[in-house]
Design a protein around this ligand. Structure first.
Ligand code: GTP
Length: 253
């Protein structure tokens, strides 16, 4: 069994990719299970096999503890993760080749809080990989791209998981934006030149220095471009995942 975490900023396409990759895996004769870790998810484009909403009632938490949505999310997530032994048993029982874990919209809830790290640590008994969803819609300028790279490396440092960067929604952004992002990914120099061309100042200097370090780290992460909506790039994603976590026992079926 392999665990694949889908992590990214709000609206980056985690649930859509969970649904699309599930379909792709099933059509390639893999046994796949899905886990929803977002206590506040309203509608999901797939039917989760394990759903955090069955462990905890987010709305009830909000009302009974008189909390705002963010505090209630933190509390719900914490309470659900207390059930981790049950969660592990439930996941193990699924006997899937791949378990796709759709993480909360609020990235920090999973990536930067103790509960998320605890969960990842316990689940490391299975080969695990993290797919970081980089939303091109919010990474189209040099500074936004640098910020996304910064966030990716922060998640990597926090969770300590092998990481793949998936640039999502490639059907929804102009080709020139994708070409630009590809160039920034492939060449630190190109990114630095573009940063400098936007004018000087302290922010430029900081961005350039950050990019030098992060690009170095980022080179460890394979990058693929995909669209969940158009089912593009899923084979490439799977190839990178299997490179990292090996092929499932049933791969040759
Ligand atoms: P939260 O959990 O709420 O943070 O969202 P999410 O990261 O799970 O994103 P979700 O899959 O809900 O997608 C957010 C929006 O982006 C939805 O309107 C999707 O239809 C859209 N979207 C996701 N993937 C794609 C894609 O590949 N192409 C296009 N065009 N839209 C997409």
């Amino acid at each position: 069994m392999r665990i694949v975490y889908l992590v990214g900023t709000a609206g980056s396409g985690k649930s859509s990719l969970t649904a699309a990759y599930t379909d792709w895996l099933k059509s390639n004769e893999q046994i796949v299970a899905t886990v929803n870790l977002d206590p506040a998810a309203a509608i999901l484009p797939y039917e989760p096999d394990i759903d955090i909403r069955e462990y905890i009632d987010f709305e009830k938490t909000m009302l009974s503890h008189q909390l705002g949505p963010n505090a209630a999310l933190i509390r719900s997530f914490r309470e659900a993760v207390r059930e981790i032994e049950n969660l592990i048993d439930d996941v193990a029982e699924l006997r899937a080749d791949y378990v796709l874990v759709d993480t909360p919209g609020q990235l920090e809830l999973f990536a930067f809080r103790r509960e998320g790290r605890e969960l990842v640590k316990v689940f490391k008994r299975f080969p695990s990989v993290l797919v970081y969803l980089l939303d091109p819609v919010t990474s189209h300028s040099t500074r936004l791209f640098a910020a996304s790279l910064f966030l990716t490396t922060s998640v990597y440092f926090s969770l300590d998981l092998q990481t793949i960067i998936a640039v999502t929604k490639i059907d929804a952004v102009p080709r020139r934006v994708l070409r630009r992002i590809k160039r920034w990914i492939n060449s630190q120099e190109a990114l630095e030149v573009d940063i400098e061309s936007k004018g000087g100042g302290v922010q430029m200097l900081i961005t350039r220095d950050l990019v030098q370090t992060m690009h170095e780290i980022g080179r460890m992460f394979p990058v693929i471009m995909l669209s969940a909506k158009k089912m593009l790039g899923l084979g490439a994603l799977h190839a990178e995942i299997t490179k990292m976590v090996g092929e499932g026992e049933y791969e040759l079926r």
